[in-house]
Design a protein around this ligand. Structure first.
Ligand code: M6R
Length: 358
């Protein structure tokens, strides 16, 4: 059932336009976000997002939007840490668990803790009827279809779409979301699947060329700021997971606090330097890397690119929709690297699709 693709991972990356379409179906109507799953719950006074791995990165990404557009304080927790900490719960808290499989043991444990504390639980899951879905008070399904490859790809894309819709829904209900943001988002989101579909072959070609040019690297930094910081973490995770190249994701501004000591001509950087309000900050971080001889691949938008060795131009999109092109770029970079190095893409060593034990 690979539909002519060489690996499930590649098939699932290329399914992302359809996944976005399916996530949006019925959820935007007459200029409104329709998410009845949220209606039974109060607007959170504070949101605690609990997840692992790639799902955790989706939660981190959403924090930026939820705080800025819905003015909801958000903490994002790694489930294996959250479950053994003595967290403080406040009245009005909502716990949001994110899990593709709905069977991740640590995330399930977080549900039990929230339950004991009396906090309502919202699940964001892909697998219908999974343990986490059953144990949550309300569930939003991501409807991404079965994800076979151990490396999670389309699930994260679907989580990001739903988290964006949740942000809009809560922002409107609270009366804090600016009308122009809502309008622009609801206008641009339905256009996204076709735009992504048109771009994916080009992104793949560039990923192939660049991965071959950097296949001798034993370590990589992935750097980004703002919404691109969680995507930097995700890019590093993907590269580690399937190509076995050491990679570290960092907030670009943290480099000078230690990691930059590692940079030399053998330790390249993969940067997200898109045309957003943080570009100048990222550009100066990249100059510091270049001053130490570091090679740089940078995802950029036309006309706004810092001078780096390997600019990777993505078409410009509005606001957070940029992330839906950054995500497949880092996924395909890892994919093409793993293929080039002859690794087992769909079944990387030491890993299971669902982590049902601690
Ligand atoms: O099924 P879940 O979303 O709960 O899984 C969480 C992680 O185990 C998962 O995202 C893992 O990090 C992936 N293999 C990453 O590609």
């Amino acid at each position: 059932q690979k539909d002519g693709y060489k690996h499930f991972m590649l098939k699932e990356i290329f399914e992302q336009p359809k996944v976005i379409r399916d996530c949006l179906t019925g959820r935007i109507q007459k200029g409104r976000v329709v998410l009845p799953e949220l209606d039974a719950l109060d607007i959170p006074g504070r949101l605690t997002i609990v997840a692992c791995g790639t799902s955790y990165h989706a939660g981190l990404w959403a924090k930026y939007l939820l705080e800025s557009w819905a003015r909801i304080p958000v903490q994002v927790e790694i489930a294996s840490e959250f479950r053994y900490r003595d967290s403080v719960f406040l009245p009005g808290d909502l716990v949001l668990t994110i899990s593709q499989s709905g069977e991740t043991a640590d995330t399930q444990a977080a549900i039990r803790i929230a339950r004991e504390a009396g906090a309502p639980i919202l699940g964001l899951c892909n697998v219908v009827g999974s343990s986490i879905a059953r144990e949550s008070d309300s569930v939003v399904y991501t409807q991404a279809g079965p994800e076979i490859s151990v490396a999670s790809t389309k699930a994260m894309c679907s989580q990001m779409v739903l988290l964006l819709l949740m942000t809009l829904s809560w922002g409107v209900r609270k009366g804090v979301l600016q009308g122009d943001i809502l309008e622009r988002c609801l206008h641009d989101l339905p256009l996204l699947p076709d735009q992504l579909e048109a771009e994916l072959p080009t992104i793949r070609e560039k990923a192939k060329t660049l991965s071959q040019g950097y296949a001798d690297a034993r370590s990589f930094f992935f750097l980004g700021r703002g919404l691109n910081f969680p995507l930097a973490l995700e890019g590093a995770l993907k590269l580690k997971e399937i190509s076995y190249i050491h990679a570290e994701g960092y907030a670009a501004g943290e480099m000078k606090h230690g990691p930059i000591a590692l940079v030399d001509q053998h330790f390249p950087t993969f940067a997200m330097a898109l045309g957003d309000e943080l570009l100048q900050k990222v550009a100066s971080n990249l100059q510091e890397v270049q001053a130490r001889g570091g090679r740089i691949i940078a995802l950029v938008n036309p006309g706004a690119a810092p001078a780096v060795e390997d600019p990777w131009v993505l078409p410009d999109m509005w606001g957070p929709l940029k992330s839906f092109l950054v995500l497949p770029a880092v996924q395909l970079f890892a994919y093409e690297m793993a293929v080039y190095l002859g690794k087992d893409v769909d079944q990387p060593r030491n890993l299971a699709k669902s982590v049902t034990v601690e």
